[in-house]
Design a protein around this ligand. Structure first.
Ligand code: AMP
Length: 634
């Protein structure tokens, strides 16, 4: 059984396979490799591909295209997009996008994608004379966890086994790199129907490393179509759904022609296919209409170069991917941006599917293409955990290559804590509240040990598909919680950019606030521990030592509530002073505790003998999670 590679595109999808050591796209009955990612829901079942695309104007209310834009996203985030495509969102479902569909139950983008995947799978069955093995499916580099999960769900619905999700630009690099055995730094510029990605890749002896990625999930050939349609029909927004769709389709045809000829036309029809008017358009007119859209790719290219620590001069070759890179203005723009002619030997429509098929073949373990190909992609935003004081402990910094894992050990902050709430965040700001929350989960059933005793090891793993797995384990008791990270919805590239910009703008204040919070948390910990020790063992101190300690403790108690970052030094100084003045007392208690522990009694007995658990501090009931939701980094 051959493995297959699938490019699940916004506009078109393809399936490819390696046969006789060469990757090729599988063709339909009309010898076409591209299957329009368009689905119509008829009473007799879904109609997928060209027929659905061609007849979309007549069946607008039950035909869906470009739905990849909505994969894994919440309605609140993409209402504007839905309006743009004139889809009616099902308001009764706030958690995920669902479109109303004439004569059919509402449909989700995952269901639409699964119909496209089913059609590709059927094509593979026909061409390969049997079921394909597993599939490598490509996704835009900027797809976050929810969007990747949604893609996997669609594959599962279509009965496909997903071997791996692969970033589209990386797939293109595989196609080029393996064909040419080149080495150097490549920029992959991928402008498709609905998304734009740029990736900077380092290619060396057949090993790819993605140094950085940037992009815009709302930029592509669809925008060119709309710009051209609006150029010829300025009142496009006022037209009926059917009319607007027909004009957009005519603009798309005209756009394609203008890649080869200097003049073409947009033929307006009344929605039933009858031509009503025709507008002549020159390539110059078209370029004027789309220039602002093409220029929007510049910012992402600059960001990707900066993230990779490179300038345009360092790039050895630029690879073009996606149907929209056939537009001459786009090619000129890319050439000017990187100071060199782009590399476009392979068919830009097929290069991603070809790369995916090569990767799928390599995963069989018996590939003739390469046997030690290592593939590294990067994480677009840092991943971390909220710790005491609401600050973020970063586990995996942005632009880390994947797969990537990281672990840290934490402890509890309050005596008798039986549960810990771990809050996962994504972003680059210092405070958890300024980042995006990915989810919370609880490690329950801890035996209620004194603060500081439990050792909770938290592991982060971003797998080869870019999906985050988190697990937490208390090392003494072996109590474990594996976390299902269920992000409520994905981030758009714009949001990622806003988050990155704000993390840069706020870097200085963030760090100051973080340092103040850390100082306050540390002071709180010292004061809490000291109060507990004094309640239990006041008798061990002389009156003089007691007065000396409490005098500094009172000053620290007063100082540590400050919210002014300028007070951080005073808090730290007082904490150190308190540390120094109470050191002999701490030493004496430790020695006494050691003697008790060495006598062989269990930790909880020791704890209660030391008065640690009946000192009036809050002690959650068994099995209940403590309210304190932050852990304390060790
Ligand atoms: P993709 O998502 O890579 O399949 O790209 C599809 C996009 O490429 C659509 O917006 C198409 O209209 C566009 N496209 C395909 N062929 C051409 C062409 N010859 N000239 C301009 N745009 C094209």
């Amino acid at each position: 059984m051959a493995n297959i590679g699938i490019d699940l595109g916004t506009t078109n999808s393809l399936v490819a396979v390696v046969m006789g050591g060469k990757a090729r796209c599988l063709l339909d009955d009309h010898a076409k490799s591209m299957l329009p990612s368009v689905v119509r829901y008829d009473a007799g079942g879904p109609v997928v591909g060209k027929e659905a695309l061609d007849e979309a104007p007549q069946f607008a209310a039950r035909t869906f295209s470009s739905t990849k834009r909505f994969m894994g996203r919440a309605p609140a985030d993409c209402g504007a997009d839905a309006a743009l495509f004139r889809y009616t969102m099902d308001d009764s479902e706030p958690r995920f996008v669902r479109f109303l569909c004439e004569g059919h139950a509402p449909v989700t983008p995952v269901e639409v994608a699964s119909e496209v995947l089913k059609a590709l799978r059927a094509r593979a069955v026909e061409c390969l004379f049997g079921e394909p093995g597993g599939a490598v499916i490509t996704v835009p580099a900027y797809f976050d966890d929810a969007q990747r999960q949604a893609t996997k769900d669609a594959a599962r619905l279509a009965g496909l086994e997903v071997l791996r999700l692969l970033n589209e630009p990386t797939a293109a690099a595989i196609a080029y790199g393996l064909d040419q055995r080149a080495s150097g730094k490549f920029a992959v510029y991928d402008l498709g129907g609905g998304t734009f990605d740029v990736s900077i890749l380092d290619l060396n002896d057949g090993i790819f490393q993605v140094l950085s990625t940037a992009g815009d999930t709302h930029l592509g050939g669809d925008d060119f179509d709309r710009a051209l349609a609006q150029y010829v029909v300025p009142d496009l927004a006022a037209r009926s759904n059917a009319e607007a769709r027909a004009i957009l389709a005519a603009a798309e045809r005209c756009k394609r022609e203008l890649s080869d000829v200097e003049i073409s036309e947009v033929v307006e029809s009344d929605g039933s296919g009858t031509s009503t008017r025709s507008y002549a358009v020159t390539r110059v007119d078209f370029e004027e209409a789309i220039l602002p859209i093409v220029e929007r790719t510049t910012r992402a290219c600059a960001q990707a170069l900066t993230d990779a620590g490179l300038t345009a001069k360092d790039i050895d070759a630029v690879v073009l991917v996606g149907g929209s890179t056939r537009v001459p203005l786009v090619r000129e723009h890319v050439a000017a941006l990187f100071g060199r002619e782009p590399f476009c030997d392979l068919n830009p429509d097929e290069v991603v599917a070809i790369g995916a098929a090569m990767q799928a073949d390599i995963l069989t373990g018996s590939s003739q293409l390469a046997d030690d190909l290592l593939l590294l992609d990067v994480i677009p935003l840092s991943l971390g955990l909220e710790v005491m004081g609401g600050v973020v402990e970063k586990f995996i910094p942005r632009c880390s290559p994947i797969p990537m894992s990281a672990s840290q050990t934490f402890t509890t902050h309050v005596d008798g804590q039986t549960g810990i709430v771990l809050h996962l965040v994504q972003g680059d700001r210092e405070l958890a509240s300024d980042n995006r929350s990915l989810g919370r989960f609880t490690l329950k059933g801890l035996p209620g040990l004194p603060a500081g005793i439990p050792r909770i090891k938290v592991d982060f793993l971003v797998d080869a598909d870019g999906i985050l797995h988190v697990s937490a384990k208390e090392e003494f008791t072996g109590i474990e919680a594996k976390i299902e990270v269920k992000p409520s919805y994905g981030l758009s590239e714009d949001e990622i950019e806003v988050m990155l910009e704000s993390s840069i703008d706020n870097a200085e204040t963030d760090v100051e606030v973080r340092m103040l919070i850390e100082a306050r948390v540390e002071a709180e910990g010292i004061l809490r521990a000291l109060d507990k020790a004094l309640r239990a063992d006041r008798a061990m101190l002389s009156e003089e030592s007691y007065q000396a300690i409490t005098a500094v403790a009172d000053k620290l108690r007063e100082a540590h509530v400050s919210t002014d970052p300028a007070d951080r030094k005073r808090i730290n100084d007082l904490a150190h002073e308190l540390d120094a003045v109470s050191a002999p007392f701490a030493q004496e208690r430790i020695e006494r505790d050691l003697t008790i522990a060495l006598s062989g009694r269990a930790a909880d007995v020791v704890g209660s003998e030391l008065g640690l658990n009946n000192d009036g501090t809050k002690k959650p009931g068994p099995g209940a999670a403590a309210e304190e939701d932050a852990t304390d980094a060790r």
